[in-house]
Design a protein around this ligand. Structure first.
Ligand code: C2E
Ligand code: CA
Ligand code: CA
Ligand code: CA
Length: 281
């Protein structure tokens, strides 16, 4: 059984069929939600570590489907990947993000946040992806440098040359690339420098451990950051929840911070206040 979700279903055989059944059922719900347009987006700020100014917004998918109540993207995205629904979802997220940007263009031109969109590793095998991205950028008239795509590090393990071509194609459009959940995969730094990425997002699991005064995790975070700096990559720490983590990371020189300590994901109508605290509607 290969799954990122509900690992307890893997422990006992009798749960196996239940697990498969659950996935199939959720896949049906996803199809339904796509057909009925029961998705929407939330935005989670990424802050410059020194000033805490909001410099980017991570786009996160949400659903209003009653049947999917309690099932978050951490569960339904891996299922969408297995059931071949992820291309449609990623395209929906990109198009709807671009549409929001276009509607708010004047405002965003003044505040210039980067929009960070999560993309499934499936797109690395999708030869139409770069074309789609390019077409949508033109259609909505979006400056490519406003967009950053987040790919998980694990998705780049066993990456083949033609996958790197997709990454290069994305960069050639002027869109930025970020490696998400960094540190959880097994990419050596020697491999990493072959990938045209701009940013590393240090996985929450390492940030969690900082809290436990765990010296090994401090060393890991520190070495990720210093290696990133050597290769002129920026770093984001994800999942910052405590003042202690914040202090350690900002002293370390981590460039950007994201986490519940600063802000949770919010709907679009709250984004303007976040980008510009003096803004009122
Ligand atoms: P991710 O890309 O690692 O996104 C970060 C997740 O961690 C988000 O959960 C966010 O709300 C949560 N998070 C951020 N800071 C904190 C913190 O300080 N404390 C805690 N406890 N949690 C924090 P979310 O929105 O449930 O997303 C889960 C995963 O689902 C994402 O992980 C991403 O892999 C996937 N996902 C979400 N939206 C999309 C999407 O539009 N497209 C694709 N392909 N995947 C998506
Ligand atoms: Ca992400
Ligand atoms: Ca992440
Ligand atoms: Ca993570």
């Amino acid at each position: 059984v290969k799954s990122n979700s509900l690992p307890h279903f893997q422990v006992f055989d009798k749960h196996f069929s239940q697990h498969v059944y659950f996935n199939k059922e959720v896949a049906g719900f996803i199809k339904d939600a796509l057909r009925k347009n029961e998705f929407y987006l939330q935005y989670m700020p990424i802050h410059e570590a020194q000033s805490l100014k909001v410099v980017a917004l991570e786009v996160l998918l949400r659903t209003t489907s009653k049947k999917m109540e309690g099932i978050g993207p951490d569960v339904f995205i891996p299922i969408a990947e297995k059931f071949n629904l992820i291309k449609e979802i990623d395209a929906w997220v990109i198009e709807n993000t671009f549409s929001i940007i276009k509607e708010n263009y004047t405002y965003l031109e003044a505040t210039k946040p980067i929009f960070c969109i999560n993309i499934s590793s499936e797109q690395l095998r999708n030869t139409n992806f770069v074309g789609l991205l390019s077409r949508l950028l033109k259609q909505y008239d979006i400056p490519a440098e406003w967009i950053e795509l987040e790919l998980t590090e694990t998705s780049l393990v066993n990456v083949e040359d033609k996958n790197i071509e997709v990454l290069q194609g994305i960069r050639e459009l002027g869109v930025r690339l970020s490696l998400d959940d960094y540190g959880t995969g097994y990419i050596s730094f020697n491999q990493l420098i072959n990938y045209p990425v701009n940013n590393l997002k240090i996985d929450k699991s390492f940030i969690d451990l900082l809290e436990k005064k765990d010296d090994a995790s401090k060393m890991i975070v520190k070495s990720i950051h210093s290696l990133a700096t050597t290769y002129q990559l920026t770093t984001v720490a994800e999942g910052v929840e405590t003042i202690e983590q914040y202090r350690y990371l900002s002293e370390l020189g981590c460039d950007f911070l994201q986490g519940y300590l600063f802000c949770k994901p919010v709907p679009w109508d709250q984004v303007k206040t976040l980008l510009d605290p003096s803004h009122t509607e």
